[in-house]
Each structure stands twice: as C-alpha cells, then as structure tokens.
Design a protein. Structure first.
Length: 124
C-alpha cells in the first residue's frame, strides 16, 4: 500500500488544487494568498515539496495532482484500518456500528457495494 500523509496545511493546499485543477501556477499563488494568506514564496515551497513527493506536478507552469482526492482519502482510510484494527474491515465496521445506528439507506448502500464487489465491479 502506498503511504502518503499530508500535514494539515499541505492538505489545505492540495484541496485548493483538487478543486481548481488544472491551475496555472500564477493563479495558484493568487488563490493561496486569498485563501491561506500565503506569500508567493510559501506557495512555491509547499508546491515544490509536494511535487518531490509525487503528490502534485507542475509542468509548463500548470499545476495538477498526481494523486486525486478520492485516492488520497482511500489511502488514508486503508491506513487507519490497518493501524487501528490490524487491517480488519469487519473489526472497523463492528466498532463503528457499536456506537452508531445505520439508516436503512446506509445499509442498502453497503449491501449494494458488497454485491458490486462480488460481481467484480467498482462502486463508489
């Protein structure tokens, strides 16, 4: 499993890019100044670090993600289950459901995901 952990500020930065990509780097600087109150140098420093870690790319002054938002959160979820429940998804679900009642809609959605999995389909 690919391990990628973003610090809180890196995640905020990535969220801006996921929402706006592809985004010219100059426009990203303006967006980060507005949304994060960052200077140009801060934006480029964080961008460079995340490019080195293969999370983002900056080609021809256009920034895009190499790891999409859904993929990032899927990796984080897998890592949480691995670290906390020794990789046991049933263990996680049992703990989750012991303190929270699922709605009929949620139960149906989970059943549909399991059925799609059995058929070899991907359902999100």
């Amino acid at each position: 499993m690919k391990e990628i952990k973003l610090a809180e500020v890196e995640l905020q930065f990535a969220e801006l890019i996921w929402e706006a990509e592809p985004i010219p780097s100059g426009e990203l600087v303006k967006l980060c100044e507005k949304e994060l109150n960052w200077k140009k140098s801060t934006t480029y420093t964080v961008l460079r670090k995340l490019c080195q870690r293969k999370v983002l790319q900056n080609e021809d002054s256009v920034v895009t993600s190499l790891i999409k938002k859904d993929e990032y959160f899927a990796i984080q979820s897998e890592q949480f289950v691995e670290d906390t429940f020794q990789g046991s998804l049933p263990g996680f679900l049992s703990a989750f459901m012991s303190r929270r009642k699922l709605s009929e809609k949620q139960v149906s959605e989970i059943e549909e995901m399991i059925e799609a999995y059995r058929k070899g389909e991907k359902k999100s």
